[in-house]
Design a protein around this ligand. Structure first.
Ligand SMILES: [Fe+2]
Length: 207
């Protein structure tokens, strides 16, 4: 059983509520961005998935099972993309919080220091992954072999399809930052890492 289950709705057919008000991440992420990103993009992934799985073998599966069953199958790409993006976005909203950033809880900080040397080095790796992802995608902090590492994925893909259970993510699709930062992805990523990243959520996800 994944610890992350608690933030993911058991039914893929429901848009999960945002864990805060749409203006709660200002000034780093505006209510306008949240209005489009959550209210239009995330909702569209849920709505598309609902239509795509209606009457199929996937209709009664959890989101995680739909993702696992369709990953890497070209004829199921539309279902995979919308299911994975539904999961990724719910996970992303929880990876942020008002007045985030700062110091991680001790249990997480120890793992970060054992894996990267310093918290600053970990944040630099997350920023480098976020910047290094060409085009749309995601930067993730994931556990591996008792330590932590940073990975990036393209488009809808996530570490779940590699058997890794992520601790947190940063969305680097342009829709995540363009209204507030235009093409300045680095400014968005650095502001998120300094002011919004939810280390408490990441600590809860340590297996
Ligand atoms: Fe997004």
């Amino acid at each position: 059983m994944m610890k992350n289950d608690k933030v993911v709705t058991p039914s893929p057919l429901v848009l999960p509520p945002l864990p805060y008000a749409d203006s709660a991440l200002e000034p780093v992420i505006s209510a306008n961005t949240i209005g489009f990103h959550y209210g239009k993009h995330h909702k569209a992934y849920v709505d598309n998935l609902t239509k795509l799985i209606a009457g199929t073998e996937f209709a009664d599966l959890t989101l995680e099972k739909i993702i696992a069953a369709t990953a890497g199958k070209p004829d199921k790409a539309a279902i995979f993309n919308n299911a994975a993006q539904t999961w990724n976005h719910t996970f992303y909203w929880h990876s942020l919080k008002p007045k985030g950033g700062g110091e991680p809880p001790a249990v997480l900080k120890q793992k970060i220091e054992a894996s990267f040397g310093t918290l600053d080095a970990c944040k630099k790796e997350l920023a480098a992954a976020a910047m290094g992802q060409f085009g749309s995608g995601w930067a993730w902090l994931v556990p591996e072999g008792g330590k932590l590492k940073v990975v990036k994925t393209g488009n809808a893909d996530s570490p779940l399809t590699s058997g890794l259970k992520p601790l947190l993510t940063i969305d680097v699709w342009e829709h995540a930052y363009y209204l507030d930062y235009q093409n300045r992805r680095a400014d968005y990523v650095n502001a998120v890492l300094e002011n919004l990243i939810n280390w408490d959520f990441a600590a809860e996800n340590i297996g």
